[in-house]
Design a binder for this molecule. Sequence first.
Ligand code: HEM
Length: 453
Amino acid sequence: MRTAQQPATRHWRHAVAPGGLPLVGHALLMARKPLQFLASLPAHGDLVELRLGPRPVYLPCHPELIQQVLVNARVYDTGGPVKEKAKPILGNGLITSDWADHRRQRRLVQPAFHTARIAKYAEVMERECEAESTAWTARRPIDVSHEMLALTARVTARALFSTDMAPHAVAEIQHCLPIVVEGAYRQAIDPTGLLAKLPLAANRRFDDALARLNQLIDRMIDDYKASDDGDRGDVLSALFAAQDDETGGTMSDQEIHDQVMTLLLAGIETTASALTWAWFLLGRNPLAEAALHAEVDEVLGGRAPRYADVPRLAYTQRVFSEALRLFPPAWLFTRTTTETTELGGRRLPPASDVLISPYVLHRDPALFPRPDSFDPDRWLPERAKEVTRGSYLPFGGGSRKCIGDVFGMTEATLALAAIAGRWRMRPIPGTKIRPRPQMSLTAGPLRMIPEPR
Ligand code: HEM
């Protein structure tokens, strides 16, 4: 295990990633096998330099260096070409705003995620998880990915907009969101920036889905303003009520629109992917599955889970934490330096791109013994104490840490418990599954057979 050392005494190891080619550098390796390639890099150094085309890019592999990046949000801002491409989709919300404006936005959006409000959203989660777990037919195979995405889309849509229009919104979001997420990813990885401009069917589908989502959000905002409901307990009400402690300012309709789009894009596929991985891992680990069933039976005794049960569903939470470790949905995110700075003894000029990869950290054998094995009990309090600080980052860190972390954990715990209370999810022999490192680290279609317990 690595130990924390004082920065002054620390000798950081620098390396250039092997396998670079003239002109393209490591771009082909990143395009072909990003997970294997990135996960091989900590063995070479604490800070590894790679080249994507002509640009040098830095991958800090040591938790202390990663913390330095994440906590210094002014110098390591979100930026660069990926963010520029996200702006036409997300507008100016939490993900796309730069450092100075992000602080103001975060103060305004944070109240929507206070504990008291999560308790209210949990009522939606309870209902939707119960509905999901009663909708399946015994022994008829399901695509777990599809089901989990449908579930998290329903939960998020109804937590955002608790109106009569919710069923329509849910259908629209379920249809449009995967198309927008896929298109956004294609644009993000297109180094030429030309792909989005070509008259392709995929681009037309993307434009149409994005326009429909934008219209839906506008309708929800108009509907809220036309009603005199006040606080409906949903996210939208909280965004309208938000007032900045420091300036007294509120958010314009456009800002609220952009935050809603950001929450939809950040909150649905991430949680669904991790849930899908959790079912996949449980299907291959009968002991963990049995422990989950035992806990759910003991805590719930055959009834549906409630928000108040979440603290007692400790093993269920460990299963989800471990799925997030092995397959962190946000497997890669970026920062760009705003000025000359120094990282691990290396001078980085302004506009240097820094990659943060929770996947790389989580699979590093120096940080997690037997990193590839699914062991929910690593998160038992007495064992979790041993985990090196800053080495587990499924929700990121610093001032841009995921605002929906508790929302997502609560939703996933209720979903796992509700489904495990009724069903044993049997794998279909011969099913092959490979992580797809796209916008999230998804599993792709995963067919399993629900068997009544
Ligand atoms: C298991 C599920 C989730 C995972 C693994 C996850 C992961 C992350 C990570 C790693 C970041 C930080 C990215 C960065 O630093 O650049 C982030 C940010 C964010 N997440 Fe999540 N997320 C999850 C669920 C959610 C949910 C349920 C919501 C909302 C309902 C949400 C909304 C956001 C937003 C708005 C941000 C930007 C925060 C900011 O910059 O202030 N996420 N998420």
